[in-house]
Design a protein around this ligand. Structure first.
Ligand code: GLY
Length: 347
C-alpha cells in the first residue's frame, strides 16, 4: 500500500498530467503541451553493444533523471570500456595510430543539440557534445578546438590508445603492403575493422525523447575523417513530437541519406518504426555508388538504423540478416532481432 504521502504525491502527479499543460523545469518557463493519451511508458533502445547501458538509462529515467542525461550515462559505459573497440577508450585509431572520437546528442524537450568531431584525448565525447549543447551558442566543435573546449570545461586528458589497439594498429600497418619496410608477422591474429558505434535513444513517461551517438569511427581512417555520428540528422536525430532515430555502421553511406532525420520523417508520416528503418535502408541502397556494390547489386558493407516513436514503439533495421539491438522497458533489458533487407550473404 502506498503511504498517505505517496498517495497524495501520485494523485498530484495524475492531476498535473490531466491538466492541459505542464511546466517544464528545464525550459525558460514556457508551458509544454501535456503528454498525449497513451504515453507513460519509458523505453530505451540502443545498438546491441548498449545492452548494459539501456538498463542503466532505463533505471535512471524511471527515477526521474532527464532522458538525455540517462542515455549519456548509458553510453558512457561503452566509452569507458577498453574492450569495446568501437568507441571511447580502446577505440580503434586512425591511420596514424591516434584515436579520434565523434559524438552528438539531441534533447527533444528543449530542441537543442551538440556535437564534437575528431576529438582526441577525451574518453567521453558524448559528454563533451552535451557540454557544447549546454554551454555554447554553437552545435558542433571539431579537432583541436573541440579538445581545447573540453579541457576548459574540466574534462581530463588521457591516452585512449590501449596496448591492444596499438598492437592491432601495428599489425594493420604491417599488412598494408607486402613490399614496404614493415615485415609481416606470421601470426593469425585477425585485424579488426570496425565502423562500430553506440547509438541510444529514449522516451520517458512524459513522452520526452532524446538521442545520442558516440564512436571512434572507421578503423584506420584518414586522420581528420569525420563520420556520420557527429552529424545531426545522420548519426542521430530527435524530434520531441515524433521520435528519435540513430545509426551504426558505414557512416559515409548514412551521411548521404541523412538517415537519422529521414527515419524520424518517415515516422512523422505515420509509418511504424520497423517500416521507417526499412525505407531508410532502401533509400541508402539506392544512393550507394557502383564501386560499393557486390556482383549481386547489393552493398558490400552493413549498416543499422534504430528507431523509437514517441508512443514507445521501437524497431531496428539492418541491411543483412543477423544483427540484434538492445532494448529496455518494463520487461527488462534484452536483445531483439533487427528487421533486415537481405538474407545474410554466404561466405
Ligand atoms: N558510424 C560510425 C562511423 O562511420 O564513423
Amino acid at each position: 500500500m502506498p503511504t498517505r504521502r505517496e498517495f497524495l504525491a501520485s494523485t498530484a502527479a495524475a492531476a498535473t498530467l490531466a491538466s492541459r499543460t505542464v511546466a517544464d523545469p528545464r525550459s525558460s518557463g514556457a508551458p509544454m503541451p501535456a503528454p498525449a493519451a497513451g504515453l507513460g511508458r519509458p523505453v530505451v533502445v540502443s545498438s546491441a553493444n548498449g545492452i548494459r547501458g539501456v538498463k542503466v538509462a532505463y533505471d535512471r529515467i524511471v527515477r526521474g533523471t532527464d532522458c538525455l542525461d540517462a542515455i549519456i550515462a548509458g553510453v558512457n559505459i561503452q566509452e569507458l570500456d577498453a574492450d569495446d573497440q568501437s568507441v571511447g577508450v580502446g577505440g580503434l585509431p586512425n591511420a596514424d595510430g591516434v584515436v579520434q572520437l565523434d559524438a552528438s546528442c539531441m534533447h527533444g524537450p528543449t530542441k537543442r543539440a551538440g556535437s564534437v568531431g575528431a576529438l582526441e584525448g577525451i574518453a567521453t565525447p558524448s559528454l563533451v557534445a552535451k557540454a557544447v549543447m549546454d554551454y555554447t551558442d554553437h552545435i558542433m566543435l571539431v579537432g583541436e578546438g573541440a579538445k581545447r573546449f573540453a579541457l576548459a570545461m574540466g574534462f581530463k586528458e588521457q591516452e585512449l590508445l590501449t596496448e591492444k589497439t596499438r598492437q592491432d594498429w601495428l599489425r594493420w600497418k604491417a599488412r598494408l603492403n607486402k613490399d614496404d619496410a614493415w615485415l609481416d608477422h606470421d601470426d593469425d591474429v585477425a585485424i579488426k575493422f570496425t565502423t562500430g558505434t553506440i547509438n541510444m535513444n529514449a522516451v520517458d513517461a512524459r513522452g520526452d525523447i532524446s538521442s545520442v551517438t558516440t564512436t571512434s569511427g572507421m578503423a584506420w581512417k584518414i586522420p581528420g575523417r569525420i563520420g556520420d555520428s557527429p552529424v545531426i540528422g545522420a548519426g542521430q536525430y530527435c524530434d520531441n513530437t515524433v521520435g528519435a532515430a540513430g545509426s551504426t555502421g558505414r557512416g559515409e553511406a548514412n551521411i548521404k541519406v541523412c538517415g537519422g532525420f529521414l527515419t524520424v520523417e518517415f515516422m512523422r508520416q505515420g509509418l511504424a518504426p520497423e517500416v521507417a528503418v526499412l525505407k531508410t535502408l532502401e533509400r541508402l541502397v539506392a544512393m550507394t555508388e557502383t564501386r560499393l556494390l557486390r556482383a549481386d547489386g547489393r552493398p558490400n558493407f552493413d549498416i543499422q538504423f534504430y528507431a523509437l516513436a514517441k508512443d514507445g514503439r521501437y524497431a531496428a533495421g539492418t541491411l543483412y540478416e543477423g544483427a540484434q539491438f538492445a532494448v529496455c522497458d518494463e520487461r527488462g533489458a534484452r536483445l531483439e532481432k533487427c528487421v533486415h533487407l537481405y538474407p545474410r550473404p554466404s561466405r
